[in-house]
Design a protein around this ligand. Structure first.
Ligand code: UDP
Length: 433
């Protein structure tokens, strides 16, 4: 039997603002495995959560209405939270108490969809489109797309195939690759954040290029702005740090922290050099223990400092206190930390992963390395030390290079992608009338 679409009256929305070329939309955003309010820098929570929070806020500001659905932290008493104007976070219960990992969720996706459907039916909500983030949400969005005949926009953030190609240490389940390929075929539109990601989707998942829109991630230019270096160091008690090399991010093998530690070993003889590593779950985790072992084996415990997870709001102080941010990753889907660092006026050293070669102007706002072997990473750091003692790169020039990545610009471009996803649907509605 063909399922009948759910057609419910849409509540009125606030008047649209900046993106007024598109009528106010009602959007179901699926962030099933990770909450936009989760602890950034921990295993399952990183750039995607920042992206969803910031994009939703900006779309809400422009008059669109966003409901973000998640199963993370689903044991909440109050299932609904208002995050900002026109933006709600809705927790879907699936009868499981406590933390749900990604691997646990993959076996519960039909239940997640039923919980979503029950919520929207009992609350009389209808949406113009579904925007799914990551393949697990995409699977739920795919069920909704079939059941409600609704345009489905998918954003993978990372793909299994890209991680498999880039980093053999990351074991991606075959189920994920199959699901991503199916989703890529069936969704109405795919949002990629770099041309590189788009090309991978075309090459490995055989997606027609015209179905993919490329819109970069954004940065909150209000939050991430330069703080005078001495002041930032004083605030953080880092007056004695010397040349400060910063890492910010999760502790996944794909992030390449082991080669940063190995690079530190090559630079042990440098005086007044310090590596600060921000992020990671608590110290009891295996990832932390492994890194600790690497640091001890390389005898760099005196110059490598683990700071633990830092609140997003405090990160501008860390970026501003640092002389350079290093992104030693084997793979990035985009690499928000680089954008945040540049917005704070701090140069970035990175391989040509994710968006690095579009974000970094080699020699002007940082250094791009073709290889990030520990030795070449160490020599890039030495080059940057030399540049710094020559007066350094210009903080203002570095910040100016990323001003176009403000979230209002990004939200405008994403709204254009939503319009593209809605177009065929509008045509078929006209035919039906
Ligand atoms: N982050 C944070 N505190 C930490 C570590 C990371 O707020 O202790 C944030 C960081 O500012 C960035 C995000 O987590 O916004 C990481 O995003 P990125 O795209 O760099 O990496 P992902 O985690 O998506 O691979």
């Amino acid at each position: 039997m063909t399922p009948s679409p759910v057609i419910l009256p849409c509540p009125r929305l606030k008047a649209p603002g900046a993106h007024s070329n598109v009528r106010p939309l009602r959007i179901a955003t699926l962030s099933i495995h990770s909450s936009p309010l989760g602890e950034l820098g921990t295993e399952d929570t990183g750039g995607m959560s920042v992206y969803i929070r910031e994009l939703s806020r900006e779309l809400g500001r422009a008059g669109h209405s966003i409901d973000i659905y998640t199963c993370a932290d689903s044991g909440r008493q109050d299932p609904r939270l208002f995050l900002s104007d026109n933006v709600r976070l809705i927790h879907l219960g699936i009868g499981h108490k406590g933390h749900i990992t990604k691997s646990m969720l993959s076996g519960h996706l039909p239940e997640v969809f039923h919980s979503l459907e029950a919520y929207i039916t009992s609350n009389d909500i209808c949406y113009d489109l579904i925007h799914s983030h990551y393949w697990l949400s995409g699977e739920v969005g795919g069920l909704a797309q079939n059941r409600w005949y609704m345009p489905h926009v998918v954003m993978f953030h990372t793909t299994g195939i890209a991680k498999r190609v880039a980093c053999s240490q990351e074991r991606e389940p075959a189920l994920r690759l199959i699901a991503e390929k199916r989703l890529a075929r069936k969704s109405d539109r795919i949002l990629a954040t770099t041309e590189k990601e788009k090309n991978l989707l075309v090459k490995y998942y055989k997606v027609p290029g015209e179905k993919i829109g490329t819109v970069p991630c954004g940065v909150n230019l209000e939050r991430f702005r330069p703080v005078e270096k001495d002041l930032a160091r004083k605030e953080l008690g880092l007056q004695e740090a010397g040349f400060l090399v910063l890492y910010v991010g999760r502790f996944a093998p794909v992030k390449g922290l082991s080669r940063l530690v190995a690079a530190a070993a090559h630079l042990r003889s440098q005086r007044r050099l310090m590596f600060m590593i921000v992020g990671g779950d608590d110290r009891q985790t295996q990832a932390f223990a492994e890194l600790g072992r690497l640091v001890r084996r390389a005898s760099v415990g005196d110059i490598v400092k683990f700071q633990g997870r830092v609140d997003h709001d405090l990160l501008p102080l860390y970026y501003s206190a640092a002389d350079v941010l290093v992104v030693p990753s084997y793979y990035e889907s985009f690499g928000l930390v680089a954008l945040e660092s540049l917005a704070c006026g701090t140069p970035v050293i990175a391989a040509r992963v994710g968006a690095m070669d579009t974000l970094i102007r080699d020699g002007k706002t940082g250094l791009l390395a073709d290889s990030l072997s520990p030795r070449s990473l160490a020599s890039s750091i030495e080059r940057l030390m030399a540049l710094s003692s020559d007066g350094g790169l210009s903080v203002n020039e570095i910040r100016a290079s990323v001003l176009r990545y403000g979230w209002s610009n990004i939200a405008s471009a994403v709204t254009g992608e939503y319009a593209a996803a809605l177009r065929p649907c509008v045509k078929s509605q006209c035919r039906d009338q």
